[in-house]
Design a protein around this ligand. Sequence first.
Ligand SMILES: Cc1ncc(COP(=O)(O)O)c(C=O)c1O
Length: 411
Amino acid sequence: MKKEDIMNIRKEFPYLDEEKVGKKIVYFDNGATSQKPKCVIDALANYYSYQTANPHRGAHYLGMLSTELYEGARDTVRDFINAKSSKEIIFVRNTTEALNLVAYSYGLDKLKAGDEIILSIYEHHSNLVTWQFVAEKTGAVLRYVYLTDDNEFDMNQYKELLNEKTKLVAVAGASNTVGGIIDVKEVTRLAHEVGAVVSCDCAQLIPHVKVDVQDWDVDFLSFSGHKMYAPMGIGVLYGKKEILDSMVPYMYGGDMIEYVYEQSTTFAPVPAKFEAGTQNVGGAVALAEAIRFMQRVGIENIHKHELDLTEYAYNKMSELDFVEIYSTKNYNRSPLVDFNIKDIHSHDVSTVLDTFDIAIRTGHHCAMPLHSYIHQNSTCRVSFAVYNTYEEVDFFIDKLKEVRKVMGYGS
Ligand SMILES: Cc1ncc(COP(=O)(O)O)c(C=O)c1O
């Protein structure tokens, strides 16, 4: 995209209004959550201002409107990920809830002692602790795929791990720490050869690339709205309908039932079976608006700009002899650079950068096993979105040198 296009996109983001925010922020913590464009904020405010009622319940104008908007948002998500049916789209709070739904309703019910679950060492705790829990309860065993020398998912090792005992493969679409992208389509093809089901944690991939669940043939796919320009509190679990139909509910209560008797209940068909209680209609409406924002800009355009920016930052950072980079070198990665500054704790790096109004993420990024694997307790991460610029990267590189000085290193 041309500079002018990025400048126009920036105008849509209220967080860049220095006067209202009180300062000019260089926001490089997009992997944690993205900023929101005005159209998304307006969609949310409009729903709560003029369109609110409890969906699926009230036989009145606003009740029906709310239902229409909610189900319309479901259709938008269906088209966005190319699902076969809107019944395969379940609205949840976030990726964590989606992954827990798979773990509780599929994992606990269908896995047994001796079955094997394959994870990658990339996994965020929400796609790792959940499977530890299932393994503990069922007697299933966890197996890990580790990384190549460039911190990429080791497909050859994955092939060696697959066997007739493999019942579930749970992998991230992209690492939130080292940025490597997993070929989910190939992982799924190979898993299906041994009869295993594949659950993809797409939280870090879907804000950047076009996802096609039918082409990938993946069985489950989870993501959060808030990492892709939508509000917090809305996320999606995609599941193949025949698998969702075979699963027990995750939560029980209103709107997920068919008939309730004193001693037993029959359940509503999917997706309602998995959406107990009052739904987050405003969130779903705003998520649909965020999808339209991404489509208007063009997902390929977003990804290309972010990748070019990442490459630029990566190369500039590589030139600094006090910076150690852990991200994959591969151009085709999640748009982030994970690093440390020699002899300085990551939290100090972040604190000093914050004095220059640069927001980065530090810590273990909810990926402690990955950090152990790369022999670091804690790392710094800059992660980019469509509104970030080369000038911001230059400013960051400049201030990275200052961090050294502030901490008493270099001249
Ligand atoms: C790869 C990955 N999976 C899952 C999550 C959890 O997302 P949420 O906190 O929105 O549930 C994150 C959040 O950073 C993530 O990066």
